[in-house]
Design a protein around this ligand. Structure first.
Ligand SMILES: [Zn+2]
Length: 253
Protein backbone atom coordinates (compact mmCIF):
# COMPACT_ATOMS: atom_id res chain seq x y z
CA UNK A 1 0.00 0.00 0.00
CA UNK A 2 1.90 3.01 -1.23
CA UNK A 3 -0.68 5.50 0.00
CA UNK A 4 -0.32 4.57 3.69
CA UNK A 5 1.92 7.50 4.54
CA UNK A 6 -0.29 10.27 3.05
CA UNK A 7 -3.28 8.76 4.85
CA UNK A 8 -1.34 8.66 8.11
CA UNK A 9 -0.22 12.29 7.68
CA UNK A 10 -3.81 13.41 7.06
CA UNK A 11 -5.13 11.47 10.08
CA UNK A 12 -2.37 12.85 12.31
CA UNK A 13 -3.02 16.48 11.32
CA UNK A 14 -6.75 15.94 11.81
CA UNK A 15 -6.22 14.64 15.35
CA UNK A 16 -3.86 17.54 16.11
CA UNK A 17 -6.32 20.28 15.12
CA UNK A 18 -5.92 22.74 18.02
CA UNK A 19 -9.70 23.27 18.19
CA UNK A 20 -10.10 19.63 19.23
CA UNK A 21 -7.83 19.81 22.29
CA UNK A 22 -6.55 16.27 21.76
CA UNK A 23 -2.80 16.89 21.60
CA UNK A 24 -0.58 19.96 21.85
CA UNK A 25 3.17 20.50 21.45
CA UNK A 26 4.85 17.08 21.05
CA UNK A 27 1.98 15.17 22.68
CA UNK A 28 0.41 12.14 21.10
CA UNK A 29 1.57 9.86 18.34
CA UNK A 30 0.12 7.93 15.44
CA UNK A 31 1.06 4.92 13.38
CA UNK A 32 0.08 2.84 10.36
CA UNK A 33 0.99 -0.66 9.25
CA UNK A 34 2.91 -0.93 5.97
CA UNK A 35 3.11 -4.73 5.73
CA UNK A 36 3.18 -7.75 8.09
CA UNK A 37 6.32 -6.58 9.83
CA UNK A 38 6.76 -2.85 9.29
CA UNK A 39 4.92 0.27 10.32
CA UNK A 40 5.28 4.04 10.29
CA UNK A 41 5.24 5.75 13.67
CA UNK A 42 5.71 9.37 14.67
CA UNK A 43 9.34 10.25 15.32
CA UNK A 44 10.20 11.43 18.80
CA UNK A 45 9.87 15.19 19.22
CA UNK A 46 7.74 15.84 16.12
CA UNK A 47 4.60 17.86 16.63
CA UNK A 48 1.48 16.32 15.12
CA UNK A 49 -0.12 19.52 13.88
CA UNK A 50 2.09 20.28 10.87
CA UNK A 51 3.60 16.84 10.45
CA UNK A 52 4.85 15.67 7.07
CA UNK A 53 6.69 12.57 5.83
CA UNK A 54 9.83 13.63 7.72
CA UNK A 55 7.93 13.37 10.99
CA UNK A 56 7.65 9.58 10.76
CA UNK A 57 10.08 6.68 10.93
CA UNK A 58 9.71 3.14 9.61
CA UNK A 59 10.05 0.45 12.28
CA UNK A 60 10.13 -3.37 12.28
CA UNK A 61 7.49 -4.88 14.59
CA UNK A 62 9.43 -8.10 15.14
CA UNK A 63 12.49 -6.18 16.33
CA UNK A 64 10.73 -4.25 19.11
CA UNK A 65 8.24 -6.85 20.39
CA UNK A 66 10.87 -9.15 22.03
CA UNK A 67 11.61 -6.32 24.49
CA UNK A 68 8.30 -7.08 26.18
CA UNK A 69 9.61 -10.46 27.29
CA UNK A 70 12.85 -9.14 28.74
CA UNK A 71 12.07 -8.42 32.38
CA UNK A 72 15.38 -6.65 33.01
CA UNK A 73 15.35 -4.42 29.94
CA UNK A 74 16.03 -0.80 30.90
CA UNK A 75 15.97 2.53 29.05
CA UNK A 76 19.30 1.84 27.34
CA UNK A 77 18.04 -1.51 26.00
CA UNK A 78 14.89 0.15 24.69
CA UNK A 79 16.96 2.85 22.96
CA UNK A 80 19.19 0.25 21.36
CA UNK A 81 16.33 -1.99 20.24
CA UNK A 82 14.50 1.02 18.73
CA UNK A 83 17.67 2.09 16.95
CA UNK A 84 18.08 -1.39 15.46
CA UNK A 85 14.40 -1.66 14.59
CA UNK A 86 14.40 1.39 12.31
CA UNK A 87 14.46 0.89 8.57
CA UNK A 88 16.12 3.52 6.29
CA UNK A 89 16.30 5.78 9.33
CA UNK A 90 17.27 9.37 8.58
CA UNK A 91 20.18 10.67 10.69
CA UNK A 92 19.22 11.74 14.20
CA UNK A 93 15.67 10.39 14.15
CA UNK A 94 14.22 7.83 16.50
CA UNK A 95 10.73 6.51 17.10
CA UNK A 96 8.52 7.92 19.85
CA UNK A 97 9.02 6.12 23.17
CA UNK A 98 5.42 4.98 22.88
CA UNK A 99 6.18 3.18 19.58
CA UNK A 100 6.09 -0.16 21.33
CA UNK A 101 2.39 0.37 22.15
CA UNK A 102 1.76 0.85 18.44
CA UNK A 103 3.80 -2.25 17.56
CA UNK A 104 1.71 -4.37 19.94
CA UNK A 105 -1.57 -3.21 18.43
CA UNK A 106 -0.47 -3.30 14.78
CA UNK A 107 0.25 -7.01 15.14
CA UNK A 108 -3.51 -7.49 14.99
CA UNK A 109 -4.38 -7.90 11.28
CA UNK A 110 -7.66 -5.98 11.69
CA UNK A 111 -5.83 -2.85 12.85
CA UNK A 112 -4.04 -0.78 10.21
CA UNK A 113 -4.03 2.64 11.91
CA UNK A 114 -3.54 3.71 15.54
CA UNK A 115 -3.99 7.14 17.10
CA UNK A 116 -2.76 7.97 20.60
CA UNK A 117 -3.75 11.34 22.11
CA UNK A 118 -4.05 13.06 25.49
CA UNK A 119 -7.52 14.62 25.06
CA UNK A 120 -8.62 17.31 27.52
CA UNK A 121 -12.06 16.01 28.52
CA UNK A 122 -11.07 12.36 28.40
CA UNK A 123 -8.18 13.19 30.70
CA UNK A 124 -10.52 15.12 33.02
CA UNK A 125 -12.10 11.72 33.60
CA UNK A 126 -8.89 9.69 33.54
CA UNK A 127 -7.19 12.03 36.03
CA UNK A 128 -10.18 12.20 38.38
CA UNK A 129 -10.96 10.38 41.62
CA UNK A 130 -14.11 9.04 39.98
CA UNK A 131 -12.14 7.66 37.06
CA UNK A 132 -12.96 3.97 37.51
CA UNK A 133 -16.70 4.70 37.58
CA UNK A 134 -16.76 7.50 34.99
CA UNK A 135 -14.64 5.69 32.40
CA UNK A 136 -16.94 2.69 32.44
CA UNK A 137 -20.29 2.36 30.77
CA UNK A 138 -22.02 3.73 27.70
CA UNK A 139 -24.36 6.69 27.58
CA UNK A 140 -26.01 6.89 24.17
CA UNK A 141 -26.45 4.72 21.05
CA UNK A 142 -24.04 6.54 18.69
CA UNK A 143 -21.29 6.11 21.26
CA UNK A 144 -21.73 2.32 21.10
CA UNK A 145 -21.69 2.32 17.30
CA UNK A 146 -18.40 4.21 17.20
CA UNK A 147 -16.62 2.99 20.36
CA UNK A 148 -18.16 -0.50 20.67
CA UNK A 149 -19.82 -1.75 23.86
CA UNK A 150 -16.80 -1.39 26.16
CA UNK A 151 -13.34 0.11 26.27
CA UNK A 152 -10.15 -1.43 27.60
CA UNK A 153 -9.23 0.26 30.87
CA UNK A 154 -5.61 0.38 32.04
CA UNK A 155 -4.87 1.61 35.59
CA UNK A 156 -1.90 3.97 35.88
CA UNK A 157 1.38 2.21 35.11
CA UNK A 158 4.96 3.52 34.75
CA UNK A 159 5.53 4.81 31.20
CA UNK A 160 7.72 2.75 28.88
CA UNK A 161 7.95 -1.02 28.97
CA UNK A 162 5.84 -1.56 32.15
CA UNK A 163 2.95 0.37 30.53
CA UNK A 164 3.37 -1.50 27.23
CA UNK A 165 3.23 -4.84 29.05
CA UNK A 166 0.13 -3.79 30.99
CA UNK A 167 -1.66 -2.54 27.86
CA UNK A 168 -0.90 -5.85 26.14
CA UNK A 169 -2.14 -7.84 29.14
CA UNK A 170 -5.38 -5.84 29.47
CA UNK A 171 -5.98 -5.90 25.71
CA UNK A 172 -5.61 -9.69 25.59
CA UNK A 173 -7.84 -10.13 28.65
CA UNK A 174 -10.52 -7.99 26.98
CA UNK A 175 -10.45 -10.10 23.81
CA UNK A 176 -10.53 -13.36 25.78
CA UNK A 177 -13.48 -12.16 27.84
CA UNK A 178 -15.51 -10.33 25.19
CA UNK A 179 -14.66 -12.35 22.08
CA UNK A 180 -14.37 -9.13 20.04
CA UNK A 181 -11.65 -6.60 19.37
CA UNK A 182 -11.93 -3.29 21.23
CA UNK A 183 -11.58 0.07 19.44
CA UNK A 184 -10.66 2.18 22.44
CA UNK A 185 -8.07 1.88 25.22
CA UNK A 186 -8.23 4.31 28.16
CA UNK A 187 -5.07 4.75 30.22
CA UNK A 188 -5.53 6.25 33.67
CA UNK A 189 -3.65 9.53 34.28
CA UNK A 190 -2.41 9.40 30.68
CA UNK A 191 -4.77 9.30 27.70
CA UNK A 192 -6.42 7.48 24.87
CA UNK A 193 -5.46 4.93 22.20
CA UNK A 194 -7.81 4.22 19.30
CA UNK A 195 -7.29 1.42 16.79
CA UNK A 196 -9.01 0.91 13.44
CA UNK A 197 -8.73 -0.49 9.96
CA UNK A 198 -8.95 2.96 8.35
CA UNK A 199 -7.86 6.50 9.32
CA UNK A 200 -11.52 7.47 9.41
CA UNK A 201 -12.35 4.75 11.96
CA UNK A 202 -9.58 6.03 14.24
CA UNK A 203 -10.53 9.68 13.80
CA UNK A 204 -14.24 9.14 14.39
CA UNK A 205 -13.81 6.91 17.46
CA UNK A 206 -11.35 9.47 18.88
CA UNK A 207 -13.84 12.28 18.31
CA UNK A 208 -16.65 10.23 19.82
CA UNK A 209 -14.56 9.31 22.88
CA UNK A 210 -13.82 12.97 23.52
CA UNK A 211 -17.45 13.99 22.97
CA UNK A 212 -18.68 11.23 25.30
CA UNK A 213 -16.15 12.37 27.90
CA UNK A 214 -17.53 15.91 27.70
CA UNK A 215 -21.00 14.51 28.31
CA UNK A 216 -19.79 12.43 31.27
CA UNK A 217 -18.02 15.42 32.81
CA UNK A 218 -21.23 17.45 32.38
CA UNK A 219 -23.35 14.77 34.03
CA UNK A 220 -21.42 15.25 37.27
CA UNK A 221 -23.06 18.69 37.54
CA UNK A 222 -26.42 16.90 37.39
CA UNK A 223 -25.85 14.07 39.85
CA UNK A 224 -23.54 11.82 37.81
CA UNK A 225 -23.80 9.68 34.67
CA UNK A 226 -26.82 7.51 33.97
CA UNK A 227 -25.20 4.68 32.00
CA UNK A 228 -27.32 2.54 29.70
CA UNK A 229 -28.28 -0.84 31.13
CA UNK A 230 -26.15 -3.74 29.81
CA UNK A 231 -29.14 -5.21 27.95
CA UNK A 232 -29.71 -1.91 26.15
CA UNK A 233 -26.03 -1.70 25.23
CA UNK A 234 -26.12 -5.29 23.92
CA UNK A 235 -29.16 -4.52 21.78
CA UNK A 236 -27.24 -1.81 19.92
CA UNK A 237 -23.85 -3.46 19.80
CA UNK A 238 -23.70 -5.90 16.91
CA UNK A 239 -21.47 -8.79 17.83
CA UNK A 240 -19.86 -10.70 14.99
CA UNK A 241 -21.14 -14.28 14.67
CA UNK A 242 -17.85 -15.80 15.62
CA UNK A 243 -15.82 -14.90 18.66
CA UNK A 244 -12.49 -13.31 17.81
CA UNK A 245 -9.40 -15.15 18.94
CA UNK A 246 -6.00 -13.58 19.13
CA UNK A 247 -3.73 -15.63 16.97
CA UNK A 248 -1.08 -13.20 15.98
CA UNK A 249 -0.52 -10.87 18.87
CA UNK A 250 0.44 -13.01 21.77
CA UNK A 251 2.59 -15.93 20.77
CA UNK A 252 1.28 -17.65 23.90
CA UNK A 253 -2.26 -18.42 22.82
ZN1 LIG B 1 0.98 9.36 25.71
Amino acid sequence: MSDVLPQLIEMTRYLADPAKGLAILGEGNTSARIDDDTFYVKASGSSMVNIDANGFVKVSISKVIPLLDEPDAGDADVQEAFQNAMIDAPEGKRPSVEAILHAILLQVPEFAFVGHTHPTYTNMILCSRNCAEAARGRLFPDQIVSMKHKSVYVPYTDPGLPLAREVKRRFEAFVAEEGVLPSVILMQNHGLIVMGNTPRAVASATDMTEKSSKVVVGTYAMGGPHFLAPKDVERIFTRPDEAYRLKSITGNQ
